[in-house]
Design a protein around this ligand. Sequence first.
Ligand code: HEC
Ligand code: HEC
Ligand code: HEC
Ligand code: HEC
Ligand code: HEC
Ligand code: HEC
Ligand code: HEC
Ligand code: HEC
Ligand code: HEC
Ligand code: HEC
Ligand code: HEC
Ligand code: HEC
Length: 293
Amino acid sequence: MLKLSGSKRKSVIAGAVVLLLALAGAAFAAKEAKKVATVNIPVAAELYATEPQPLTPTQCGQCHSSIFRALKDDGGKHRFDCQKCHNTFHSYNPKKGGWDELMPKCATCHAKPHGPTIADCATCHANPHAPKKVAMTTRLTNACAECHAGPRDQLMKFPSKHGKVACQKCHTAHGYIPSCFKCHKPHHVGQELATCTKCHPVHKPREITYAKDTPGATCAACHGKVYAKWQKTPSLHGKVNCATCHHTRHKYVPKCTECHDAPHKKEILARFPNCLGCHLDVHDLPVQQKKGK
Ligand code: HEC
Ligand code: HEC
Ligand code: HEC
Ligand code: HEC
Ligand code: HEC
Ligand code: HEC
Ligand code: HEC
Ligand code: HEC
Ligand code: HEC
Ligand code: HEC
Ligand code: HEC
Ligand code: HEC
């Protein structure tokens, strides 16, 4: 027997182990040639040649078609990549719960745009994929004035029958502007819708104002007699528009001296201060028909 030192003996043993492993490996290689599966599927390594690309919204939409449609039609400024909001998805497990934690949070990207008291974003913006579609819920109708104080204040400060009409009776959808003709007839045939708010500011409809070029026909609807007289008068006042005299607001009555600066001697006017005492009818001034012309 050879006498080996401790360290040499270890290396001999190690050599033997290596040899045994090599023999076993050869036996295994011989076995590999045999089939290990019961089916035959060829390797297609080329399918794994490139790294996967993140799914585009169109690709997500192949499965989530209604969400894709909502974003496409009503997504507005939310029409960006799904994964800007959904950085984690397809990890929801109904047994574990935690849906709410998984879903994107408005606060990640938005401060409180409607002020500090309005925090329950999803009550109004029910579908983040159609963020501007806000339904007429009581949550919204109770809050109109929180965001639009102006109309409420006008309706209160200038009492009218519109003050008894709820905001949502006119604004049947958020942002919808109703036509006056839905509830009213025009004053006369052919009067256009666009004229209504020129005289009636809708949230204070009794504060009637009008432009100087308002056609006399508008007034005729209610002041038929005056209008008829004025139309036929030979006086030059027949060329002056109703609203030029009755300007700015309804029921305003002008002073003659707004247009006629000192027409007569002071002494006469001091004795007869009422112009219409002599000129009788402002809408049909008696005028002398000039002869020989
Ligand atoms: C602006 C952020 C935002 C974008 C962009 C967005 N989502 Fe969402 N998504 C959300 C939020 C917030 C929720 C949670 C809604 C809830 O809890 O009802 C949600 C919920 C979902 C849900 C689960 C609820 C359901 O309605 O089925 C799916 C699926 C989904 N989104 C898919 C998508 C896909 C697909 C896209 C892109 C085509 C996308 N999202 C784009 C914010 C977004
Ligand atoms: C091959 C079909 C398919 C594609 C593609 C797909 N999803 Fe889904 N997704 C599903 C199914 C199925 C569910 C589970 C059922 C459900 O909620 O509709 C789901 C659930 C979700 C959910 C809610 C549950 C969760 O675990 O997050 C979100 C959010 C979501 N998908 C986002 C996306 C986004 C974003 C994309 C694109 C990047 C996408 N999905 C692509 C099939 C798909
Ligand atoms: C990943 C960031 C992100 C998240 C999360 C997010 N938003 Fe937005 N949102 C935006 C951006 C960006 C805009 C466009 C802002 C701009 O252009 O000023 C926007 C715009 C909007 C708009 C205006 C849409 C338009 O078309 O004018 C609304 C409403 C809105 N977000 C509501 C929400 C609500 C509610 C949530 C939560 C359910 C939410 N957002 C979550 C990024 C986000
Ligand atoms: C009481 C209902 C309500 C609540 C609650 C609410 N919003 Fe809005 N939000 C609206 C309405 C209505 C609009 C106007 C939509 C339009 O332009 O038609 C709006 C508009 C927006 C806009 C667009 C702003 C602009 O000037 O165009 C953003 C962004 C927005 N909301 C985000 C949020 C966020 C974030 C929250 C939660 C902190 C939230 N909203 C809570 C009703 C609400
Ligand atoms: C949370 C805030 C918020 C609430 C609540 C809210 N609005 Fe709005 N509203 C907005 C924003 C933001 C806009 C779009 C920006 C703008 O034009 O001022 C808007 C626009 C409008 C417009 C269109 C304005 C125009 O010039 O075309 C009308 C009309 C309107 N709102 C009526 C209402 C009525 C009626 C209610 C109650 C049922 C209501 N809003 C509730 C925020 C709100
Ligand atoms: C009798 C119908 C009616 C009622 C009631 C009504 N509105 Fe309006 N509103 C309108 C019409 C019509 C317009 C368009 C006015 C115009 O074009 O001059 C309008 C315009 C608006 C606008 C956009 C222009 C502006 O003045 O800022 C807002 C916001 C608004 N209304 C909010 C409200 C709110 C809030 C209430 C309830 C407090 C309300 N409205 C009640 C008919 C109505
Ligand atoms: C949704 C219906 C509705 C719409 C839209 C509407 N109104 Fe009215 N309006 C009413 C009702 C109701 C009254 C009260 C009628 C009554 O009691 O005879 C009224 C009364 C009025 C009055 C009389 C006010 C008073 O106190 O005497 C004026 C002026 C008026 N409306 C103008 C308008 C104009 C202009 C528009 C369009 C900008 C308009 N309305 C749109 C419902 C509406
Ligand atoms: C030239 C200004 C002017 C225009 C334009 C105008 N109105 Fe008037 N409207 C008035 C005056 C003045 C009254 C009477 C107010 C009073 O009784 O003190 C009135 C009264 C009304 C009334 C109350 C009921 C009634 O008939 O007395 C309604 C409703 C009305 N207008 C609706 C409308 C509608 C709708 C339009 C648009 C087609 C319109 N107005 C256009 C000046 C105008
Ligand atoms: C919808 C009906 C209606 C329309 C349109 C209308 N008015 Fe009137 N107007 C009235 C009523 C009602 C009175 C009050 C009558 C009374 O007190 O006897 C009145 C009174 C007046 C008065 C009298 C004021 C006074 O002190 O006696 C003047 C001036 C007047 N209107 C001018 C006009 C002019 C100018 C127009 C056209 C730009 C016009 N009105 C359009 C209904 C109307
Ligand atoms: C040249 C200026 C002028 C013109 C143009 C004018 N008015 Fe007058 N109107 C007056 C004056 C001034 C009074 C007050 C008369 C008085 O004190 O007796 C008045 C009074 C009225 C009155 C109340 C008294 C009455 O006669 O019933 C009505 C209504 C009226 N005008 C309507 C009209 C209409 C409608 C037109 C157009 C068809 C018109 N006015 C054109 C200056 C004018
Ligand atoms: C808005 C301006 C205006 C007002 C207010 C006005 N007028 Fe005139 N008037 C005229 C114009 C314009 C003429 C045409 C002649 C001219 O250019 O001076 C005229 C002409 C006249 C004439 C000459 C008659 C003719 O047909 O030749 C008399 C008289 C007269 N006005 C009296 C009055 C009296 C009286 C009043 C008050 C009750 C009055 N006017 C108020 C603008 C006005
Ligand atoms: C005492 C009666 C009387 C009084 C008062 C009176 N007028 Fe006259 N006015 C007349 C007579 C008469 C004429 C000349 C008639 C004609 O030429 O047809 C006249 C003419 C006019 C003319 C036309 C002048 C021209 O050059 O053609 C105007 C304008 C006029 N008056 C305005 C007024 C005004 C404004 C007042 C009140 C401040 C007034 N008048 C008060 C009697 C009067």
